[in-house]
Design a protein around this ligand. Structure first.
Ligand code: C2O
Ligand code: CU
Ligand code: CU
Length: 511
């Protein structure tokens, strides 16, 4: 058995130790290192806005290009000024440009791997053919490239992209590979929402990191729950960032891009109007005081500020819902993320006008259409008692069938359940209607331990027996250690193969 295997077996033991450490009030957990409190810094750097990716249109296809590369960036004041932290980024040192396309457009991305190990690029939240999905079967060798192409065929939404190499996703994302992919459509344009990119429509990628004495990212990979929790909070890669607000209303597209930390976002003194979740506009806007986002989840919120006002987006103590030792899981940390400084004079923002189509989009998902109900139990590093196997097909779904997935975590540790290809609707949580912030189309959901989540989804447009989509925990240590499965969508009358072809010789991190 490998070291990883032993660690997975040691899970319950480690959990018991965590409990003991918390009870003794000791900050150091045996075998796992210290729990670092989040350090706050002054908010003195303008929020970096990831550039909009350039594209060209060739034969009716909008073509982007992205190169995964190594670089370095300064993270002062978390590190000494002048310290260059080794990083990875797309087309730059850290993170990547924002891709933006319209619904209905055909897009292609020329992805190049300039790293010295295989990586992949997955389009998180995108409905597209499995062969274009960028999961662990589409790894790109060092020096290699890959050109997925597909038609954008889903409502406007804040999606993102990140690597998905087998067993190494946590490390690749932690090094800095991630970016946003925005889809726009007419319905959202009609809603009169703030939409000037980087001005009143602002991407905010929230991540945590820690640094060692030399200013390198600390990444211990010791298998300890819940994965790497950093003591420094980054907004679009900056420590202590502010954004100058010039309009009455500002729209923040929040992405929890952390590898392990679940955050509970608030803007003290203000109500947040949540307008969209993972997969696009909510059926109607929701006023919220706090919003929990697990790794991989997104939300769009609109804030209305008074002239001259300064407020902060904060991550408050998170209610992780029945998690043992929430302090160890990051639940007790509270810190500011981003400062918003409103100008003395603010340009008027139109009153948002909610489009009818925000409701219509849900119409394709009907409970009475459910053809199959499946159970998924998450425990240890397993889903239904199995760890990820690149060749095993865990679920065979049929094209144009609606399914109900009943998902449950049976251990008191956090999980963030994500399904590729589809946007699902949460029908219920323990038999009750979900809270309004979980009412829209979603691709990732935080699982409170020991609760039953019913997810309604439908597999449309793309059948391919030879290429799989993934479902997994989006806490990336969990994913890398095997908490992932594969599904294929096959056409009516077709048979699924017994096994999938292996991805090739470059699997790493697993056994
Ligand atoms: Cu965001 Cu399978 O991933
Ligand atoms: Cu995904
Ligand atoms: Cu998990």
């Amino acid at each position: 058995m490998t070291v990883r295997g032993l660690r997975a077996l040691a899970g319950p033991v480690a959990l018991a130790l965590l409990g003991a450490a918390a009870l003794s009030g000791c900050g150091v957990i045996p075998g796992t290192g210290p729990v670092r409190p989040v350090v706050e810094h002054g908010f003195e750097r303008p929020l970096p806005i990831p550039p909009l990716a350039e594209s060209r249109v060739e034969d009716g296809v909008r073509v982007f290009s992205l190169t995964a590369q190594a670089g370095e960036q300064e993270f002062a004041p978390a590190t000494e000024p002048g310290t260059a932290t080794p990083t990875w980024g797309f087309d730059g040192d850290f993170l990547g440009p924002t891709l933006r396309a319209e619904r209905g457009e055909q897009v292609a991305v020329e992805v190049a791997n300039a790293l010295d190990e295989p990586t992949s690029v997955h389009w998180h939240g995108m409905h597209l053919p499995a062969a274009m999905d960028g999961g662990p079967h589409q790894e790109i060798e060092p020096g290699g490239d890959w050109r997925p192409e597909w038609t954008i065929d889903q409502p406007a939404a804040t999606l993102w992209y990140h690597p998905h190499p087998h067993g190494a996703t946590e490390a690749h994302v932690h090094n800095g590979l991630a970016g946003m992919f925005l889809i726009e459509d007419d319905a959202t344009a009609e809603a009169a929402l703030p939409r000037e990119y980087g001005v009143d429509d602002v991407p905010v990628i929230v991540q945590d990191r820690s640094f060692d004495e030399e200013g390198r990212f600390r990444f211990e990979q010791d298998g300890a729950e819940p994965g790497e929790l950093g003591d420094t909070i980054l907004a679009n890669g900056a420590v202590g960032a502010y954004h100058e607000v010039t309009t009455e209303r500002i729209r923040l597209r929040l992405l929890n891009g952390s590898t392990a930390r679940t955050s509970q976002f608030t803007v003290p003194g203000h109500e947040m109007t949540m307008i969209a979740g993972d997969g696009g506009l909510l059926p109607e806007p929701v006023g919220l005081d706090a919003l929990r986002l697990a790794p991989g989840e997104r939300a769009e919120i609109v804030l209305r500020l008074e002239p001259g006002e300064t407020v902060r987006l904060r991550s408050a103590e998170a209610d992780l819902g029945g998690v043992a030792v929430p302090g160890v899981m990051g639940g007790e940390a509270a810190f500011d993320v981003l400062e918003l400084r409103a100008d003395e004079e603010l340009a008027p923002s139109p009153e948002p006008d909610w489009p009818e189509s925000a409701h219509a989009e849900e119409d394709a998902l009907h409970e009475q259409d459910v053809a199959r109900i499946r159970d998924f139990t998450l425990s240890g590093r397993e889903i239904n008692g199995r760890r990820m196997d690149m060749e095993r097909i865990d679920v065979v779904a049929r094209l144009d069938e609606t399914e109900l997935w009943e998902v449950r975590s049976t251990e008191p540790i956090p999980h963030s359940f994500h399904v590729h290809d589809v946007q699902f609707r949460i029908v219920s949580v323990d038999g009750e209607a979900p809270p309004p912030e979980l009412a829209g189309r979603k691709d990732t959901v935080y699982l409170e331990p020991n609760r039953r989540y019913l997810l309604l989804m439908r597999f449309e447009d793309y059948a391919d027996a030879e290429h799989a989509y993934m479902f997994h925990c989006h806490m990336l240590l969990h994913e890398d250690e095997g908490m992932m499965g594969q599904f294929v969508v096959i056409a009516p009358g077709e048979d699924a193969p017994e096994r999938l072809p292996d991805a090739g010789g470059h699997q790493h991190g697993g056994e």
